[in-house]
Design a protein around this ligand. Structure first.
Ligand code: NZQ
Ligand code: ZN
Length: 386
């Protein structure tokens, strides 16, 4: 096992009805700015419930944070925080709203150009405003981690940052808040959580026994509940609860402690979203199977373990078992209604060079746990994903 630090300060309030606990979780004297995305939180009543729970506290609402939250919109929120002297932020939504709030919390205190937060990947963050989250979409794990991904629309750049100052103080996880999600977002959540897990698991063995078994448990749970959630005519609480907690555990630092991490699928995927607006999870479904196939030598031992423990593949020689595991992964994504080929999104070989050029422009030239996914390898992976 590799050396590691693990510290996760986020208080989780899990279960039906827990939005009412905001009264306990948000400081009594706080001046709260609630931040939401489009219309969903208003339409399904979550926003009204949040406002009621805040009781007599001074509060206002900033709405309009887009999926793949933009730098430009986040800066408008920073201005509202300053003008209204708010001292606590409350994200109500999915990963996009929570990510934007992390950026806003840090940008309020940054000296100079706030874009430097992205350029320096968060290393220049010395402090951030306190914030909490009410999660409505299980997918990203943003509710219990310190990472965020922000898109500069004018630059066409989608970049990540992280900081020890950007953990939510708390996250309310009420599975019933996911009942209004459309099938596309439910499927996205399953795929995103699945790929967060493979990014921290499908690397090379370091004898991290419990991290491996946690990761395999997360993958198996997603394979079990994902299809059931999509097929159910009415939402089933138990499945939504399992999905919600599983997605959080996939990226709260636990399974990534003491193990090598990949993240190349995410970095290539971010460029596809920035250039072509494809949903985050869908970019991962495109890249992952092709990447695993390309990296089958360096990932051999873990791919064989994955084949056996997650998919129960024990027959045939090593190459056949690895190929079958990759095919099962692809078929799983497709079964959720998430296409795994660039062509399904209207993209062809002529679009690949621009994606590779963006990776180079962002310094993403040595990706993967072995740092061997160069622009040339990324090109090969994308061409294999056509
Ligand atoms: O904007 P509204 O109207 O709220 O609608 C949203 C949005 O259109 C809708 N939605 C959310 N909750 C709903 C709902 N609709 C009905 N009922 C509900 N309960 O869903 C749409 C997508 O929301 P979004 O927040 O964009 O989705 P997601 O949670 O998948 O977040 C994706 C973003 O997170 C980043 C991605 O790059 C992307 O920008 N990621 C953040 C990570 C992190 N911080 O650790 C890790 C991930 O790898 C990921 O990169
Ligand atoms: Zn992701």
């Amino acid at each position: 096992m590799l050396n590691f630090d693990f510290h996760n300060p986020t208080h989780i309030a899990f279960g039906e009805g827990r939005v009412a606990d905001l009264d306990r979780l948000v400081p009594a004297q706080a001046r709260v700015l609630i931040l939401v995305g489009g219309a969903s939180a208003e339409k399904n009543g979550t926003l009204a419930e949040v406002r009621q729970a805040l009781g007599a506290r001074t509060h206002a609402t900033f709405s309009g944070i887009e999926p793949n939250p933009s730098y430009e919109t986040a800066l408008r929120a920073v201005q509202q925080v300053r003008e209204g002297s708010f001292d606590f932020l409350l994200a109500v939504g999915g990963g996009s709203v929570i990510d934007a709030v992390k950026f806003i919390a840090a940008a309020v205190h940054i000296e100079g150009d706030p874009w430097s937060i992205l350029e320096k990947r968060g290393r220049n963050i010395a402090r951030a405003m306190p914030f909490g989250a009410v999660l409505t979409l299980p997918a990203t794990g943003s509710e219990m981690n310190n990472g965020s991904v922000i898109t500069h629309r004018a630059k066409g750049a989608k970049l990540p940052f992280s900081s020890a100052h950007c953990f939510p103080r708390f996250a309310v996880l009420d599975p019933t808040k996911t009942y209004t999600l459309p099938p596309q977002q439910l499927a996205n959540g399953v795929v995103d959580a699945f790929v967060h897990t493979t990014e921290q698991y499908l690397t090379y063995p370091v004898n991290a026994l419990v991290q491996d078994r946690f990761a395999e448990g997360i993958l198996q749970t997603l394979v079990e509940v994902g299809p059931r959630i999509l097929a159910a005519p009415e939402p089933v609480y138990a499945d939504r609860a399992n999905m919600m907690w599983t997605a959080t555990l996939a990226l709260n630092g636990l399974i990534g402690a003491g193990v090598p991490q990949d993240w190349a699928t995410h970095m290539i995927g971010h460029e596809l979203t920035a250039l072509h607006g494809i949903d985050h999870a869908r970019t991962l479904a495109i890249v992952l199977p092709a990447l695993l196939n390309d990296r089958r030598e360096s990932k051999r031992a873990k791919l064989l373990q994955y084949a056996e423990r997650v998919w129960g593949l024990r027959e045939g020689d090593e190459e056949a078992r690895i190929s079958a595991a990759i095919e099962r992964t692809r078929a799983f994504f497709e079964s959720l209604g998430v296409p795994t080929r660039l062509g399904a999104y209207g993209l062809g070989a002529e679009h690949v060079d621009a994606v590779v050029a963006q990776l180079e422009a962002h310094g993403m030239v040595k990706l993967g746990e072995q740092r061997d996914i160069t622009p040339e390898v990324a090109r090969r992976i994308l061409l294999a994903a056509l």
